[in-house]
Design a binder for this molecule. Structure first.
Ligand SMILES: Cc1ncc(COP(=O)(O)OP(=O)(O)O)c(N)n1
Ligand SMILES: Cc1ncsc1CCOP(=O)(O)O
Length: 373
């Protein structure tokens, strides 16, 4: 049996169970095993209404399956169930058993996570020195938990919590890991991953926790695989990069920061991402040059995306709220005002931007426009 430590856990795709959300006729254990095949890396058993005996039995059978896949099992709220089944970790909320008490009752190698929904709660978690990871949320509205009127954090709120963790890391030997939770689905995952790195420290999430996106799917393996493709592409870019915000770039030696991938790996990664595009039909806003605009729109459609080629400064700010990402291509700078408004709005709305500064060194006008002036 694998022994998990806070450092060895891969938090990237954290599944929280929710038997009440299974599609009609879908068996819980079957769904769980399929989601593990799709690339889930942590499983938390969350049961809110059943008796202790049934909870223990479900957790025990769940652990048989997670053990088979070398994935750690966490238990929501219940120290007794965690002990009874020999789970790797416990997750508690702000109003559950206090972390110091849970720590005193559990073996010292048990991983403990706590939910945080504000910078204050995150600071308390860091200060306690007892917590291995935090569940940050809810990011967005969710039907899987009663949020009791609490406001959702949004992508910016997640970033502020990540800054608190980064500050804590400077003064403590213990790194508190992080997953975001609440309303996370394939179409909004890139926005969360790329938009949340903290404003001051550029600290990113270690993973995302989901219930309905996987449990509610008739094909949980497929659902998990698609989330995995986006997560892998994001984590790989961050790992390979010196500059954490950039997806494409060069390291200090001027060489590409990417480690080499063989043909098979590249094809698999590309196929995974194309499947994601087909599934999530991203709205790709493009202000591009007149030579390629028509081809780019058709290529976007052929890939399964949805192009919008709007460039009027009067509307691109509004559009920014609903798009999945923005391309600005400088080939023919006809729509300078629209480019500037769209670029700034995409930053405010935390939408990923691809900027193609064609021939930026050729004229003063291009250089100045590239600086947003
Ligand atoms: C990873 C993760 N993050 C947050 C939660 C929410 O936990 P809690 O605040 O205890 O609420 P309930 O799940 O008990 O309703 C979680 N379970 N997992
Ligand atoms: C348990 C929990 N805690 C904060 S939001 C949430 C529910 C997340 O479920 P979903 O992924 O279906 O939005």
């Amino acid at each position: 049996m694998v022994k998990f430590t806070p450092e060895s856990v891969d938090y990237s795709l954290y599944l929280v169970t929710g038997r009440e959300l299974l599609p009609a006729g879908k068996d819980y254990y079957e769904s769980l095993e399929e989601s593990l095949k799709g690339g889930v890396t942590v499983v938390q058993v969350r049961e809110k209404t059943i008796d202790t005996g049934e909870f223990v039995e479900i957790a025990r059978r769940t652990k048989e399956i997670t053990d088979k896949y070398g994935v750690p099992l966490f238990i929501n709220d219940r120290v007794d169930v965690c002990l009874a089944v020999g789970a790797a970790g416990l997750h508690v909320g702000q109003t559950d058993m206090p972390v110091d008490l849970a720590r005193s009752l559990l073996p010292k190698d048990i991983i403990i996570g706590i939910s945080v929904s504000s910078t204050k709660e995150a600071q308390a978690a860091v200060d306690s020195g007892l917590v291995d990871y935090v569940g940050i949320g809810a990011v967005w509205w969710t039907g899987s938990k009663d949020l009791k009127g609490k406001l959702c954090l949004g992508v910016d709120g997640v970033g502020e919590v990540l800054d608190v963790l980064a500050e804590g890391q400077k003064v403590s030997a213990k790194e508190v890991k992080s997953v975001a939770i609440g309303g996370i689905h394939l179409p909004n995952l890139p926005q969360l991953l790329h938009g949340s790195p903290s404003p001051k420290h550029l600290k990113g999430l270690d993973g995302v926790a989901v219930i309905s996106d996987i449990v509610g799917s008739p094909e949980p393996e497929n659902a998990a695989r698609k989330l995995r493709a986006v997560l892998d592409s994001y984590h790989r870019a961050r790992k390979d990069q010196a500059g954490l915000h950039a997806v494409f770039g060069f390291n200090l030696t001027g060489n590409s920061g990417y480690s080499k991938r063989n043909e098979k790996e590249l094809l698999e990664a590309a196929a995974g991402l194309i499947a994601v595009v087909r599934e999530s039909t991203p709205l790709a806003h493009q202000i591009t040059n007149i030579v390629v605009a028509n081809d780019s729109a058709n290529a976007t459609l052929a890939m399964g995306g949805s192009p919008i080629m709007a460039s009027a400064e009067q509307e691109v700010g509004d559009l920014s709220k609903v798009i999945s990402g923005l391309l600005i291509n400088f080939g023919t700078i006809k729509d300078r005002a629209g480019m500037l408004v769209a670029g700034k709005a995409a930053n405010v709305n935390k939408k990923p931007i691809v900027f193609d500064p064609v021939a930026v060194g050729a004229t003063a006008f291009r250089r100045q426009t590239s600086k947003g002036k």
